[in-house]
Design a protein around this ligand. Sequence first.
Ligand code: HEC
Length: 293
Amino acid sequence: MQGNFTGAAAPVLLRRWTMTLARWLCALAASVLLLPAAASAQDALTGKRLYLDAGRLRGTGVSCVDCHGGLPGGAFGIGRAANDAAAVERAVSSIPQMTPFRSRLTGSDFADLAVYIGQPSVPSPSLRSATSGPATTSSVDRLDFGSLALPAQAGRSATSRWHLVNDGAVGLRIESGPQLRGEHPQDFQIVATDCEPQRMLAAGASCSVDLAFRPDASAGTRRAVVFVMHDWVGGEVALALAGTAVPAAVPPVASVDSGGGGGGHSLGLLCVLALVAAARRWWRVRRYGLERG
Ligand code: HEC
């Protein structure tokens, strides 16, 4: 019986070991191949955002791109830190020009930066502004509504449209709907928009903001800025707005002076005609009176 038992148990144990080994190999393969690959595209993107925008994101006032330029190549041999988080950390702690970053970057920042330096072509979002409508100007970051006579017709100008286009290869997230700021935000109006907070703007997608100039009753030039916040470099995209409210033209009053010398002549003619008519009436009455009498 003992022999039989051992004979039956051996294949079971072997199967168990094989399974364990297979699981272990799978886990190893996943951790070596899959996980870093999945994480690295995201890390490279995070690193790119930091490389281009550390000044704002970490409050350092200056970003890597300001000194090292756009990768690849990059100034000051930054390429040597590709996939080497320790090299980035060393540079930050030892290079005098990089002191603003000391104690502002975390371990995962160093790692993300190193992954980006090693993978500079990582696909990323790219937000572009465009405008359409009557207020379109030559500049894509400005809408000029021109002059609007007071009181504004229907209270406001015709609408023009601001397009936010993601030309990049990766989506970005809209963080806030459009808002107005600047000198005269109350004199412009967001008429409609589909750039809603938390909306993902996929690669190639766009959203838009319809805007109008709606000055109050006083004449003068108005300026404001409309902006939308997002989660990519710069954190926001903005468009300058301008418009001028002018007093409504006073309707011309009919006047004998309005035609200049011609006015004087026509007045004389009218007088002559009136005199002639009166004389004829008087003559007719006189004749009638004579005939009757
Ligand atoms: C104000 C300018 C400035 C800014 C901003 C800056 N660096 Fe540097 N960095 C330098 C200079 C200068 C050197 C080279 C110093 C030398 O070689 O003596 C350098 C060197 C480096 C090196 C070392 C390259 C090597 O030889 O191994 C790395 C890595 C690096 N920077 C990464 C970064 C990163 C990442 C950022 C952004 C977080 C950044 N730097 C921001 C000026 C700057």
